[in-house]
Design a protein around this ligand. Structure first.
Ligand code: HEC
Length: 133
């Protein structure tokens, strides 16, 4: 019984913790840091301003947001961690990937907040991607 109550309480805390990319989940300083890695590792394919290139898609805009709606910041993070850059996948640290997700969020005009985006899997999985209003 105590255990059941505990489970219920944890489930509730999890739902309270669920947030959206509209809630200011990264900081401006983090996005600025991410921009430096972006320039080194991503711009040659995705363009200097994430606009996309000959072989790589844009990383902002209504189409990008629609495609990612219903998924989480953790999904975006994992895609970058495991598959990007396509010419050297697996070369980025978790911290670099969190900074790069911040760049993508900033470019999609989601607001910055007081804290850096956490690179922990649980924190990332609780942040839902929604279209910009
Ligand atoms: C050598 C070229 C290349 C580099 C460098 C590269 N990417 Fe990509 N990226 C691609 C291609 C190609 C795709 C599309 C893959 C697919 O559709 O399967 C892609 C897809 C993506 C996506 C998913 C886009 C979507 O519409 O869902 C993200 C996010 C992304 N890249 C982020 C990054 C980041 C961040 C970096 C820098 C660490 C990076 N990429 C570096 C080629 C590249």
């Amino acid at each position: 019984m105590v255990r059941a109550q505990f489970l219920l309480l944890s489930a509730c805390l999890l739902c309270l913790a669920a947030t959206s990319v509209r809630d200011g989940v990264y900081s401006k300083a983090q996005a600025a840091r991410g921009k430096v890695s972006y320039g080194q590792d991503c711009a040659k394919c995705h363009g200097a301003n994430l606009e996309g290139g000959e072989s790589a898609p844009p990383l902002f805009g209504p189409e990008f947001q629609t495609k990612w709606t219903g998924r989480t910041a953790g999904d975006l993070f994992n895609l970058i961690l495991k598959t990007m850059p396509t010419d050297d996948p697996g070369s980025l640290s978790r911290r670099q990937c969190a900074d790069l997700v911040a760049v993508v969020l900033e470019s999609n005009d989601y607001p910055a907040g007081p804290k850096d985006l956490d690179s922990g899997a649980d924190a990332l999985a609780a942040i839902h991607i929604e279209p910009k209003k």
